[in-house]
Design a protein around this ligand. Sequence first.
Ligand code: GLU
Length: 528
Amino acid sequence: MYTERLINLLFKDQVHNRAYYENLYKERDVAPILRFAPSPTGYLHTGSLYTALINYMLALKDNGIFYLRIEDTDTKRTVSDAYEMIERDLNYFGIKYENDEAYGPYFQSKRKDIYQALVIDLLKQGKAYPCFLTEEEIKDIKSYQEENKLRTGIYGSYAKYRDILEDEAIDLINSGKNYVIRLKSLGDFKKTFKIKDALRGELELHQNDFDVVLLKQDGLPTYHFAHVVDDFLMHTTMVVRGEEWLTSLPIHVELFQTLGYKLPKYLHLDSIMKLDNGAKRKLSKRRDLEANVSYLIEDGYPKEGIINYLMTLANSNYEDYLKENASNNYKIFKIDIKKMSKTGALFDIDKLNHIAKESLSYMSLDELFISVKTWANLYSKELYDLIISDEDKFRDILNIGNKETTKRKDFAKYSEILELIKPFYSKYFDKMILKLNYSKELVESVKKAFLSTDFTDETIWLENLKETAFKLGFAKNKKEALALDMTYQFADFMRIVRNLIFRRDNSPSLYQVISILGLDEVKRRLGV
Ligand code: GLU
């Protein structure tokens, strides 16, 4: 147990005590309370967006609170504009966190006094102590433990300062020695305890016996301590976080008990996995581009597609929901913990593309137009210039193939649009080379026949076209070609026309292509 003598030396400027803060953060009359607690160390990881989304959806489902806590206590790793990026990205995806005095966003770096007040109390109770182990000493302990195949860390006899007397501590501090504050663990690693994880069920874990650091040399808390203090004071009802924290759970449990705080519920999410040469591994920040949310955005994936895709990873029945609702409003979906994967959700680009296509097809023309234009303005000057050269034309192109009930699904991301639409613009079309494996005569006769049709009405035109083609020797279909022993069929006719006026074997509805180009341009392309 330490007294004011040590406390005053360590925390000269402390104003408030533990009771003050506990009183400030009164119990809340809402449930559930969930949070997203990113460390602002760089771009938003796809896995973090996934975690944020699940927390948000769990809060939404039961009209709870979803708040944001920026865990910026690792000053060496904190990137200066990372918070702005997190804020921007969450807003972009429509993930709304509380934004008022009561519910943050909280910044741990601004809460130093709170953690200190708690630490002071623990020091006074003899549940924490100043530790003067140098980095060198800690390294040596670790090497020794590794060599002898022991658990690495500061525990038991390695925790050299755990019984340090107040006078000794004061002397060391006065002599200028650096220190951290550690928990004086009372746990016994040989003993186990049971705890329920909302996803994984009951777990049996070893008690913690590490004298973990509570406050670092810079006076800021470690993740462990800040997690416990903050999630208690903020009254988080369920901590939903990545499975990488599962191994630290015994530490957290001991810390909650040491502080006399009630444990929140826990749910440890599976990491998003990736198939790499047939083997599953974690999606990696360093190796996988798709692990970076801004990469996906820049690459042209619609945000609706990304969110819908992550939702399908979270709950497998979400795909049915999408189909039934044909809408990108993910917020009405009731997320269900029971339907979450326990075996590592697999990030599958083909599936993402599929969901992205579906998501694009749920957009209204206006929404799609604005989204593409906004994206192009940021990431593709070439596409942007095309769009603004004639916005109505671009809208018409986007609208091709769309009917009341069915929508075109030929692109998954905005970046694919430019290639698809180039033939609509003469500056590209004129540079495209005509490649056709039909005789010149046949092509010429197709050209003439095509121009002789009546373009006024699509259905009549198509019938007319088939008749005309038949007279030229193109069977109406494969069956007829076989029966009448004809070399060519209507598909060949259309391929010739498409290539003549669009330079593609496949184009969107030819009639709509013609309507957008206008007959004059069609004729120009045909050279008549
Ligand atoms: N800052 C931690 C992280 O980014 C948060 C973990 C948690 O949600 O408690 O992994």
